[in-house]
Write a protein that binds this ligand. Structure first.
Ligand code: SF4
Length: 372
């Protein structure tokens, strides 16, 4: 389903920026308002019983005045970290998964915000990565939004891909549940861009990942992107425990690796469903029919509810065993898990976060996974 904002808001002075011009050309029928930069702080939000859902449909173009580059918040003490950096050009997401943490994180600020100063973001990244040419970086744009779902309107890929293609010490990850990949197909990433899909069995995607592309459409998009020379990645995160999870995930993995060439898959990650108490409350209100709150979950040391450890270790081990059969050369890692869980699943835990990062950014990764 294509995203349709109810209103476009543009910070005064940003009307002529390339991203605003591209979006206005595609959304000529949507009403436009010019607003002051602190418009949001005045608390002017759509009035609705579902303020978060309504906020997503207000599209606000503004300048980012803070820094763009951050460490991934998954680097929480006590959890194994993969040394991932994130940048956000968009805040909030046009899609609406029942388990999305943004419902809590952006509860007071749900307008779908697009930052107009992409040049400032690229300059900030260049300053960090060009000064450390010996170090390998991974940077993703999929933390506060989906990386590609709005690209048909915003066209950010045409700024990002050439920038990363010209640097050999940094990989860009574009993470998505959409099939908006057309802008990527004519760009040459030089092996420096990984386009990754978050996947769940189709039955879960249909029930819980509202407004996303279907499993079949995501897979078809991954195949087209891989055929165009990109590396691809897959995230089984969150892993959802439901009565038929074994059959569901086995079929899902088999479909992936009969469609996708495993030799050109950069990585696969696994992660448990993790929900704060506040997010569980929001999910009950916004998605009363969700089945994700009825599983066997326990409160963990970081304050999040997860599938209880014995069951999630079983899920990780089961998927890892299938991955070893279907795609033995693909690096597999876990997101937001403790060292003891790594030990139980992989028989070892990383000595430090650099260990995980190193296995995902090997300098020859681009050659290993070169286009056919
Ligand atoms: S696609 Fe990702 S960011 Fe968008 S609603 Fe779903 S979980 Fe949230």
């Amino acid at each position: 389903m294509m995203y349709q904002p109810t209103e476009i808001l543009i910070e005064r002075g940003e009307e002529k920026t390339p991203v605003v011009q591209r979006a206005l050309a595609k959304l000529a029928h949507v009403p436009v308002r010019i607003v002051e930069k602190d418009w949001e702080r005045a608390g002017v939000q759509a009035e609705s019983k579902d303020a978060f859902g309504a906020g997503k449909r207000q599209l606000f173009f503004t300048r980012q005045r803070s820094r763009f580059l951050e460490h991934c918040p998954a680097g929480t003490p006590g959890l194994v970290c993969c040394n991932y950096l994130v940048v956000s050009l968009i805040s909030n997401c046009p899609m609406d998964c029942s388990y999305c943490f943004l419902q809590e994180y952006l509860a007071n600020n749900p307008v779908l915000k697009v930052f107009t100063n992409v040049d400032d973001m690229l300059a900030e990244i260049a300053k960090v990565v060009d000064r450390q040419p010996w170090r390998q970086f991974r940077i993703g744009t999929g933390e506060l939004s989906d990386s590609l779902a709005l690209d048909h309107l915003l066209g950010f890929c045409s700024d990002l891909v050439p920038f990363f293609a010209s640097r050999n010490n940094v990989l860009l990850e574009l993470k998505t549940k959409s099939d908006c990949i057309d802008n990527l197909l004519s760009l040459d990433s030089q092996g420096r861009v990984v386009v990754s899909w978050t996947l769940t069995p189709a039955v879960i995607a249909d029930a819980e990942e509202h407004g996303t592309a279907s499993f079949t459409d995501r897979l078809r998009a991954a195949q087209r992107v891989q055929n165009a020379g990109y590396k691809v990645g897959f995230h089984f995160d969150p892993l959802i425990e439901y009565p038929e999870w074994e059959t569901g995930y086995q079929q899902t993995l088999e479909q992936v690796f009969t469609t996708i060439d495993p030799r050109r898959v950069a990585w696969v990650s696994l992660g448990s469903l993790r929900l704060t108490p506040t997010l569980r409350k929001i999910m009950r209100q916004r998605f009363p029919r969700t089945r994700l709150l009825s599983g066997e979950q326990v409160l963990c040391a970081d304050g999040k509810w997860r599938t209880f450890q014995a069951l999630r270790v079983k899920m990780y081990r089961t998927l890892t065993a299938w991955l070893n059969e279907l795609a033995p050369q693909v690096p597999v890692y876990m997101c937001m898990e403790t060292a003891p869980v790594w030990q139980k699943v992989f028989g070892r835990s990383p000595m430090c976060d650099k260990d995980v990062a190193r296995s995902l950014t090997a300098p020859n990764l681009g050659q290993q996974i070169a286009a056919p």
